[in-house]
Structure formats: C-alpha cells, structure tokens
Write a protein that binds this ligand. Structure first.
Ligand SMILES: [Zn+2]
Length: 83
C-alpha cells in the first residue's frame, strides 16, 4: 500500500500554482501587520506564495490578492524580504 495524499497543498496567491505547503512561503497576520511565518506554526489564517513569487508582492495588484486571501484588507504594513 502506498502512502499517497495527505501532503497539504496550498495555492500561491500570485501564480495560482498548487504546491506542497512546505515549499511555499507562508504569510500571516500579526496585530496590524502581515508578516512572514518562517516556521509555519503561527496560528490564524495563512496565505502562501512560491519563493520565486515573493518579489511580485511589491506590485499592488498582487499585494491586494495576498491581503484578500488573509482577509486583511485593512492592513497597511506588510513585511517583505529584501529581494
Ligand atoms: Zn507563485
């Protein structure tokens, strides 16, 4: 018997590609900020992007998608890596 399935898959908010969640970067809301959840353990709603899509979040269009996925449209501050 093969152990198939049960790999949690998430969709990148930028390119909509589905990927194993551990290969994606997780964002979550902390207080009034969106932060990167390096450890994938922060509670609450998360949103995901591929590592190669992060820089796209500098574009308003994609940032909006991220905030929408997090139901955090009111958040003004987003922590992005320096890429
Ligand atoms: Zn992507």
């Amino acid at each position: 018997m093969s152990k198939k399935g049960h790999i949690p898959e998430r969709t990148c908010v930028v390119c909509r590609k589905k990927c194993c969640k551990y290969e994606l970067v997780r964002f979550c809301v902390k207080g009034d900020k969106v932060i990167i959840d390096d450890t994938h353990t922060a509670g609450g709603r998360g949103a995901y992007t591929c590592p190669s899509c992060i820089f796209q979040l500098k574009k308003k269009k994609y940032l909006k998608k991220l905030l929408y996925a997090l139901r955090a449209q009111q958040v003004k501050e987003v922590e992005l890596p320096n890429v």
